[in-house]
Design a protein around this ligand. Sequence first.
Ligand code: NDP
Length: 480
Amino acid sequence: MEKIANYIDGALVAPQSNEYLDNVAPAIGQVYSLIPDSTEQDVEAAVAAAEKAFPLWSGLSVDERSAHLERLATAIEDQADELAMAESVDNGKPLSLAKTVDIPRGSANIRFFSHAITQYASESHSMGDIAVNFTLREPIGIVGCISPWNLPLYLFTWKIAPALAAGNCVVAKPSEVTPMTAYLLSKICEKIGFPKGVLNILHGLGHKVGNAIVSHPKVKAISFTGGTATGAHIASIAAPKFKKLSLELGGKNPALVFADCDFEETLNTVVRASFANQGQICLCSSRIYIERAIYDKFRDAYIDKVKQLKVGDPLEEGTAQGAVVSEAHMNKVLGYIDLAKQEGGKCLVGGERAHLTGRCENGFFIYPTVFEGLKLSDRVNQEEVFGPVVTIQPFDSDEEAVELANGTEYGLAATVYSSNVKRCHGLARQLDFGIVWVNTWLLRDLRTPFGGAKSSGVGREGGFEALKFFTEAKNVCVKY
Ligand code: NDP
């Protein structure tokens, strides 16, 4: 059975404890590889390697750093098929999704920041004929990047790329649930001779090795994507040590469907937004609000489309819904389905585990599920399920739509479907979210600020926001 290795100082190494954890392929429900159960000792080694590499890496010209990242992006593209297969097996997502979304975005993240750093400039502030101020933006040093399991390589590279481009050395931890593509990335780094110690990748448990990265005194900034409760825990450790923190957390995202929307286009987009990646994208719409005038028509058409989503072997063409990521997560999602029933929700489609036959008979599959009749205050409308479970309900006015949309502790992404331009602009201002999409979903320009309001996070990623986060600003005031 394949043993995944840590990547420290340019070498693939076993964890110092020599202890391993099982890595389960969710579509077949079987252990298929072993993950290092890394500890503080491995973090020490990674930090030492990063510290040694920092002067050289941060001292490279921007063009040289950019060229290293370009090579890495190209090497990911060269191995795209292998990476897509690995992502699908490790996570349970349809291979088609890994091929078209996850892996292309992994290389695009790195290429984007290899270019962005060459365009990154800082400000100067003139004080007339008295003095001039200019801002130096210097790399922070060693930074920690911790990413979740839903879009493994995609979100891992989204963090490490700006950190590296800005001249930092990185100690990174992918989710223990989906370590494979980060491991393959470390093999790619080794193969192309990516500078040693600049990127270090440790595998293992969040509360163990993740905690040790966050707590390490030499790790000066933490970029974290994951659940809100974990984010709060990380903040409680990092904040008293005055580390820089970027937290991208959970969501409970509303979609507002108005009667004047483009019906067919909206229908297709809402179905995709609800169930892409089995609903395991922080940006997925999980509360669908539909203007009463079209409620029945839209609901019936939506349910028809959802019924057509084929739950199946992620490796088979035509599969729209793969496995959810783990048995524990499946049970959590099924728990929310039970709760929705207890809360009085009417299940319109799905509502249970899907039992496949053949290769996937022990896999963790759930039918895409839609409830109606739940109140905003019900737990299923307030808490993040992070699976293929959606609620739908009617609304009667723009004011009510905004009230419903804003009515949770989360504020990641809202989506509005309407052909009334004035309404769309007005709603965009009133919706308390880090991202508002109008007549689209998941359309991303990597230059834009990305992140959540309220309990969905602190700080923004993307474009120069990320480069700002991964640099320390120093004002230099020179008197004439
Ligand atoms: P978790 O918060 O459980 O874990 C995220 C990462 O943090 C994992 O690598 C995890 O390791 C690690 N971790 C866990 N505990 C600690 C700790 N004490 N110290 C340091 N690291 C720790 O999230 P999930 O992996 O379950 O991901 C799903 C969540 O991520 C959802 O809430 C989703 O909304 C959110 N998310 C947010 C996005 C955004 O951009 N806002 C994008 C994508 C997802 P391990 O896996 O070993 O536990």
